[in-house]
Structures are given as structure tokens and as C-alpha cells.
Design a protein around this ligand. Structure first.
Ligand code: NDP
Ligand code: MG
Length: 396
């Protein structure tokens, strides 16, 4: 990945936040509000939460606000009437927000819904802070090709990838032997498969270390999150699947590690607070003050590590296989997982059904090479339809 210093290093930096109303979006706004002289906000977007998006708009005074859900448009328009802020709705409006001229874009929409807007931001060049891992999972080759073509600087927000980014020698990549992604193991790290069969959505979203949106919290509980992150790391750091390993580390203090050919291992450590990796991307290539608790290793006293259990957490194996298969296999894995997670959150399927469904859909659908956004979206939709039918057949 090319690291170039774009004009974007200007102050104040103009920023766009895609997914402003989410967990990452709200943390980003928290940091921007603490440093008002350093940022001007060009655009913010939300999915359907018009009330929060309007509140954020009145606080940040962006030029443009877009909401994906057209039904939420009247409420948003009404709340911002007389403010002078331009308001729009629909999937096209989210892409329009991404296309607006800003130096820095936070891509923090959840799921494959973030793909087209993130790609639109990448195509403009500039800095793209990437939280939306699903866009790299479902269209990694396409996305990285566009990054290279546009000269965009893609800065990972995901804490593991942000950690690797901070210790990865981009100038001498052949010195890197292995990437080691740490995983907390989620709330069910010690549960048997039998016990997992009975867990509720409320138990599954309660992550022991991180406070995140519902979808990624469920992914952490199944460990599909780590599987998605494996694919994300493969694309971000051009690293083959067999040279990326996963290490369970329940305290989430070491955010990830890079092993070099000479045996050196470099890691980045910090509190499990997303404001640190977000701030890294917001201030990049400088650093900014962040009011997170300082890490006190003496107080922590010990850090633990373990090998992941792919029998209890088959998602890790499924993601590796999809990455090896290539083409649309990761696209299908991601889409089936999104449908399964939504089905679990809606109480339609059980916890273990999530990975069973993903396994079934990836095995059922044929995988092929893709070279355009339309082809990726077609594979994504096909997998969603099949996954939906599968859930319907089990629940009716
Ligand atoms: P949230 O669910 O909290 O927020 C998602 C955001 O996307 C919200 O702004 C939501 O709007 C918006 N959104 C939902 N659907 C659509 C849509 N169809 N079109 C446009 N916008 C939409 O998620 P998180 O903030 O937790 O996660 C965001 C991304 O960051 C994910 O890809 C996740 O994997 C990644 N990530 C998150 C971390 C975290 O700590 N939360 C850590 C590492 C990565 P609305 O609120 O209106 O529904
Ligand atoms: Mg992560």
C-alpha cells in the first residue's frame, strides 16, 4: 500500500463521516468536537436514525447531510429546516456525500451497504479511514486496485489493522514474515458448543472489552469478526492467508503484532477504546491528544494468550477457506453472515445457526472471479436471497 502525503495534511482538515450515527461515527465526532479548530465538516450520513443525525448536524454544521432510509427524510428535513444545511435521502445520496470534496473520509457504515460509498470516497483520492471491513471482505481486490489507481491513502481504523499499520515496514515488506491478529475471544470464549446453542442476542451483544454496534458484537461472539479481519488484513497488507495467524488474547491490550524475518516481533498496545485508532487516522500523519485512560501495565500485571479453537468457532475456518477460494467466495461469506446475524438478532435463528448458515450458503453457491462493482453486488444479492430463503425454510 502506497503511503503518500496528500494535500489533506492541511489544517483545518475537511472531513466527511459516513455512518456518523453509529458507534465508530459517534466516537469520531467526540474527537472532532474536542478539537474544533482542526476540522471542518463537509458531510455526514446516517442509515435511518433521523433524530440523532439532525442533532449531530446542528452540532457540526456540515454542508451536506444524507440519510439512507427515504422514509426518514421528512423528519430529517423538518429538523434541519432553516439551518441552511443541504439534506438528501436514499442510497444515491450516501454516495453523493462520499463524492463531495473533503480531505478525509471516515468510512464507518456497517456491512456491504458501505461498499459503494467507500469506493466512491477511495476514487476521489485523499485519506480514507476505513472501519467498514465488510467492504474489503466483499470486494478487496477491486477496492485495493482503486486505492492504487486514485492514490488514496487507506488508513485502517479496525484496531488490529491499525496496530499492524503502525508497526508494519511498508518500505521493506519482504522483511515481514507474519501478521498476528489478536482476538479477545468474545463473550463466549469459554462456552461449550452446547451452551452456545442457547445464548440470547442480549448475551451475544455484551462484549467483555469493547463497546460496539450490534452487528460487529455478534460477529465477535461467533468469531466471524476475526475471520473477516483475516481477509481484511490480507488485502490491506498484501499478505497471503497462510502468513496471517490469530492469537486469542482476552485482555485486548495488545492490538496486533508483526513478526519479522529476524525473529523480532513488533506490537502496538493500548486501552480497548476505539478513540485511539480513530484518532490515529484523524490526525495522521501527526498525533492528537485523546482522553483515554493511560495503559498501566503494572496494574494489569498479566496478559494471557491462547490458540483459537476452530471447532467451537468454525467461522475462523470458514473465512480462511473463503479467502483461499477467492473470487466471490468472501463476498458470499460476508453476505450470508450479514443475513444470518440479522436473523439471529431478530430471534429467527439460534446462535449456532449463524455459522451453519454461512457454511451452507458458501458451499452451495458457485464462486467466480469478479472485476467490477456490479459483479460484486450481484454476488452479494444472490447470497442474501439464498440465505433469506434458507432461514425462511427453517422457520416456517
Ligand atoms: P453501528 O451499527 O453502530 O453503526 C453503523 C452506521 O451505519 C450507522 O451510522 C447506521 O445508521 C449506518 N447504516 C446502517 N445501514 C446503512 C445503510 N444501509 N446505508 C447507509 N448507512 C447505514 O456500527 P459500528 O459503528 O459498530 O461499525 C461500523 C463499521 O465499523 C462496521 O463495518 C464494523 O465492523 C466496523 N468496526 C467497528 C468497530 C466498533 O468499535 N464499533 C471496531 C472495528 C470496526 P443508523 O444509526 O441510522 O442505523
Ligand atoms: Mg477489530
Amino acid at each position: 500500500m502506497a503511503v503518500v502525503l496528500p494535500d489533506a495534511v492541511a489544517t483545518p482538515r475537511s472531513v466527511t463521516i459516513l455512518g456518523a450515527t453509529g458507534s465508530v461515527g459517534r466516537n469520531t465526532i467526540d474527537l472532532i468536537k474536542r478539537n474544533p479548530a482542526d476540522f471542518v465538516v463537509e458531510a455526514i450520513t446516517g442509515g435511518s436514525n433521523a433524530a440523532l443525525l439532525a442533532e449531530q448536524a446542528l452540532l457540526l454544521r456540515p454542508r451536506f447531510v444524507a440519510i439512507a432510509d427515504k422514509n426518514a427524510y421528512p423528519a430529517l428535513k423538518e429538523a434541519l429546516s432553516g439551518s441552511g444545511i443541504e439534506v438528501a435521502a436514499g442510497a444515491g445520496a450516501i454516495i453523493a456525500a462520499a463524492e463531495r470534496p473533503s480531505n478525509w473520509v471516515m468510512a464507518s457504515i456497517v456491512g456491504a451497504a458501505g461498499l459503494a460509498p467507500t469506493l466512491a470516497a477511495v476514487r476521489r483520492g485523499g485519506i480514507v479511514a476505513l472501519a467498514n471491513k465488510e467492504s474489503l471482505v466483499c470486494a478487496g481486490d477491486l477496492m485495493m486496485r482503486e486505492v492504487a489507481r486514485s492514490g488514496a491513502t487507506l488508513l485502517p481504523v479496525d484496531s488490529e489493522h491499525n496496530a499492524i499499520y503502525q508497526v508494519f515496514d511498508f518500505e521493506r515488506q519482504d522483511g515481514v514474515e507474519e501478521l498476528i491478529l489478536t482476538a479477545s475471544g468474545g463473550p463466549f470464549r469459554e462456552l461449550t458448543r452446547d451452551a452456545m446453542a442457547a445464548v440470547t442476542p442480549e448475551q451475544a451483544v455484551a462484549h467483555p472489552n469493547w463497546d460496539m454496534g450490534a452487528k460487529i458484537s455478534i460477529d465477535s461472539a461467533t468469531m466471524m469478526n476475526k475471520g473477516l479481519e483475516l481477509i481484511e488484513a490480507h488485502h490491506l497488507f498484501a499478505m497471503p492467508e497462510e502468513r496471517i495467524s490469530i492469537l486469542v488474547h482476552p485482555q485486548s491490550v495488545i492490538h496486533s503484532l508483526v513478526r519479522y524475518r529476524d525473529g523480532s516481533v513488533l506490537a502496538q498496545l493500548g486501552q480497548p477504546d476505539m478513540r485511539t485508532p480513530i484518532a490515529y487516522t484523524l490526525a495522521w500523519p501527526e498525533r492528537m491528544d485523546v482522553p483515554v485512560d493511560r495503559l498501566d501495565l503494572a496494574a494489569l500485571a498479566r496478559l494471557e494468550f491462547a490458540t483459537p479453537d476452530t471447532v467451537r468457532f468454525p467461522a475462523l475456518k470458514l473465512a480462511r477457506e473463503a479467502l483461499r477460494a477467492g473470487g466471490t467466495a468472501p463476498t458470499v461469506l460476508n453476505a450470508a453472515n450479514e443475513v444470518a446475524v440479522a436473523g439471529f438478532l431478530a430471534g429467527r435463528i439460534g446462535f449456532l445457526d449463524i455459522t451453519n448458515l454461512v457454511d451452507h450458503i458458501v458451499a452451495e453457491l458457485s464462486h467466480y472471479a469478479v472485476d467490477s462493482l456490479d459483479m460484486v453486488l450481484a454476488a452479494d444479492i444472490e447470497a442474501r436471497v439464498r440465505a433469506g430463503e434458507f432461514i425462511d425454510s427453517k422457520t416456517t
